[in-house]
Design a protein around this ligand. Structure first.
Ligand SMILES: Cc1cc2nc3c(=O)[nH]c(=O)nc-3n(C[C@H](O)[C@H](O)[C@H](O)COP(=O)(O)OP(=O)(O)OC[C@H]3O[C@@H](n4cnc5c(N)ncnc54)[C@H](O)[C@@H]3O)c2cc1C
Length: 379
């Protein structure tokens, strides 16, 4: 008998299991190892801002904010467990404009961010400011000299999703958790979870967290309907060996690519957004799109060495909000998915929320807007 079984070992499931363990409960994590785990392909920008746009709901803001700021807590705990190789660093983000229209967008963004912001957001972002084109070029050696303007968000961090997942799994094992390979299927009796079956073996439990990302949609057809869709992202990794390159700010363009740098010399740029189901392929068109948009903003990367192209399936919800909460009508089941393009920012916080719900603790947030049955068909 295990207190809690977590199905899915992406960022959400691993963070959930880690919190379950920290709260003093036994936990088993099961992962099917499907190709296209989003956590491995995620670029890694930890930025709540695109979630707190002018049209955003208050809930969206709160979850986004807790997602970015929760990292401090999580990384401190992982350090206590001896896990520090996660690729998280505060490198800042440089948003660049390539023409006057885009520069107008930067100006509007600066005005918004200079206005009254929630204290935790202002603290996370740091002092946002305009840079001259020369200053921007001094920070990013591969940047186009044709850019029109740049805005620096100095507090933005980036993380290596794949490395963070390794850290979390390793910390879980050190704490005595069972992290295993296999396809998990819920076993229910009379409206209650009683076990998870993993490739024929039964793990008895009264509590399950389903964190199976884009694959969750197929397991909950009535609950989720067409509310969660896999959106394929192809993302290119390059080698660009230069002194100190890993601390280069994230570069993003209003209408185009983002470019991140990691130790020791890895550049990551993307990505495509394609609704093609679970079609795990690198396509000629996808590769061409990513490289063409990247080189428009960062022509200095033209001579970088191609390392790999990763493919991941973002679990995108219909209203672009996460899905987290108890499954109505099935005692003991908690669902946590739908983090879309923001799961590396929000995943640790959403996982921790799911963990607290699973063990009967106060999740610490009003989750009404995120409830799992909001896409359910009426009959
Ligand atoms: C190209 C790309 C770029 C991105 N960039 C960013 C970014 O810069 N910033 C950001 O915040 N987010 C980003 N994201 C989004 C982020 O990566 C995802 O939202 C996040 O990783 C989703 O995590 P997850 O744990 O829900 O799902 P996943 O990481 O997909 O994990 C789900 C796991 O469940 C397992 N599973 C499924 N079914 C079962 C089953 N029956 N039994 C056992 N296991 C099962 C799968 O094998 C998989 O390992 C990006 C995503 C992509 C693809």
């Amino acid at each position: 008998m295990t207190d809690v079984v977590v199905v899915g070992a992406g960022i959400v499931g691993l963070a959930a299991a880690y919190e379950v363990s920290r709260l003093g409960y036994g936990v088993t994590v099961v992962d099917a190892g499907h190709q296209g785990r989003a956590t491995d392909a995620g670029a890694g920008i930890v930025n709540p801002l695109d979630l707190v746009g002018e049209q955003s709901a208050a809930e969206r803001e709160r979850v986004a904010l807790s997602g970015a700021t929760y990292y401090r807590e999580l990384l401190a705990r992982l350090a206590d467990d001896g896990e520090t190789d996660h690729g998280y660093a505060t490198v800042g983000q440089l948003v660049v404009a390539t023409d006057d229209a885009e520069d107008g967008v930067l100006e509007a963004l600066l005005a918004r961010l200079s206005g009254s912001l929630p204290a935790s957001l202002a603290d996370y972002l740091g002092p946002v400011r305009r840079l001259t084109v020369g200053e921007a070029a001094g920070m990013v050696p591969y940047l186009s000299d044709g850019i029109r303007g740049a805005l620096l968000l100095p507090g933005i961090a980036r993380v290596d999703g794949q490395k963070l997942a390794v850290c979390l799994a390793s910390a879980l094992r050190k704490r005595g958790a069972d992290v295993r390979h296999g396809v998990g299927e819920l076993v229910t009796v009379a409206g209650e979870v009683v076990a998870v079956e993993v490739d024929g073996e039964r793990i008895d439990t009264g509590r399950v967290i389903d964190a199976s990302g884009a694959w969750a949609a197929a397991r909950w057809p009535r609950l989720l309907g067409d509310g969660v869709t896999p959106v394929r992202g192809q993302i290119v990794h390059l080698s660009y060996p230069r002194e100190g390159i890993a601390t280069t700010p994230v570069v993003s363009n209003v209408g185009g690519p983002y470019i991140l740098a990691f130790d020791p010399d890895r550049i990551v740029t993307g990505a495509t957004h394609e609704r093609v189901g679970f079609d795990y392929r690198v396509t000629a068109g996808g590769q061409a799109d990513v490289l063409t948009t990247a080189l428009r903003v960062a022509p200095g990367l033209a001579d970088a060495t191609m390392l790999e192209t990763r493919v991941g399936f973002r679990p995108v919800s219909r209203d672009a909000l996460p899905i987290v909460g108890a499954v109505p009508g099935l005692a003991g089941a908690v669902l946590a998915t739908g983090l879309g393009a923001h799961g590396l920012t929000l995943g640790p916080a959403v996982g921790a929320i799911a963990a607290r719900i699973a063990v009967g603790q106060d999740p610490g947030h009003d989750l009404t807007a995120l409830r799992p049955d909001r896409f359910a068909s009426p009959n």
